[in-house]
Design a protein around this ligand. Structure first.
Ligand SMILES: [Zn+2]
Length: 252
């Protein structure tokens, strides 16, 4: 397999992590990973990256899907863990037309309501949500707006993780005694282990995000949960460790 597509199984689920490229900030380069879950004849994607709206280093999901024979028309469901630009822009081409012709989209009620609400005075967040407001709202007929703890399919369940955004969720994959917790943007960088507020500008409600992050990281470390992190270095799979109160990342 190319190093932009990583295949794994979680019980009966056949999963592939695809890189959408990376996001380059002045201080740091972040990964951008999406995961495809094939289960019960369904093909379910979590997030779809930057698409044609990328500034150049991201938007590679479709190319990377193609390398292992997956096409946009194969995808029947796309779960958005939240509505930020780097998670939803793969939905539409530059002219606004849909990229995944057969997909329905799943988003939480809190997140959809936030996208529907007028922009506030936080210009950073207004920028992060601009594309969702402009291009997702007109596709409302293709959206299933669900509760934050909704079971999408047997063994594929949303887990509320609000704070980063008002309707932010994780996706829990459980099958045949195996489990993968897709934590999305609960953490963006290992830097946040030591300094939980260092990327607070990414969060709609920083205090809430820090509280949610601390609990989820502690739970994952205690339980030895296998984790998929959207913005960690590809493929973003590994384990959270907590030793003497200090968190760290153990990639597979
Ligand atoms: Zn993100």
């Amino acid at each position: 397999m190319p190093d932009t597509a990583y295949n794994l199984t979680v019980g009966d689920f056949n999963c592939t992590v695809f890189s959408d490229g990376c996001l380059i900030d002045p201080d740091e380069t972040f990964g951008l990973n999406c995961i495809l879950i094939e289960a019960e004849g369904r093909k379910i994607l979590i997030d779809n990256g930057f698409g044609e709206n990328s500034t150049g280093t991201a938007g590679l999901l479709l190319d990377n899907m193609k390398t292992v024979g997956r096409k946009p028309e194969d995808i029947d469901t796309i779960i958005f863990d939240h509505g930020h630009i780097d998670h939803v822009c793969g939905t539409f081409k530059k002219d606004g037309s849909p990229v995944f012709p057969n997909a329905r989209y799943i988003i939480t009620r809190e997140e959809w309501d936030y996208i529907k609400s007028p922009p506030g005075d936080n210009e950073t967040q207004n920028g992060f949500y601009r594309h969702a407001r402009q291009y997702l709202l007109p596709l409302h007929d293709r959206f299933d707006v669900v509760a934050s703890d909704c079971e999408i399919l047997s063994g594929i369940t949303l887990v509320p993780a609000h704070g980063h955004t008002p309707g932010n969720v994780m996706v829990d994959l459980s099958s045949q005694g195996e489990r993968l917790l897709c934590i999305g943007d609960i953490i963006h960088s290992p830097r946040e282990f030591a300094d939980p507020a260092c990327l607070a500008a990414f969060d709609v409600t920083p205090a809430g995000a820090i509280k949610t992050r601390a609990k989820i990281l502690a739970d994952a470390a205690r339980d030895g949960t296998f984790v998929f992190a959207t913005h960690f270095t590809f493929p973003g799979l590994g384990y959270i460790r907590q030793i003497n109160g200090v968190f760290s990342w153990a990639p597979i």
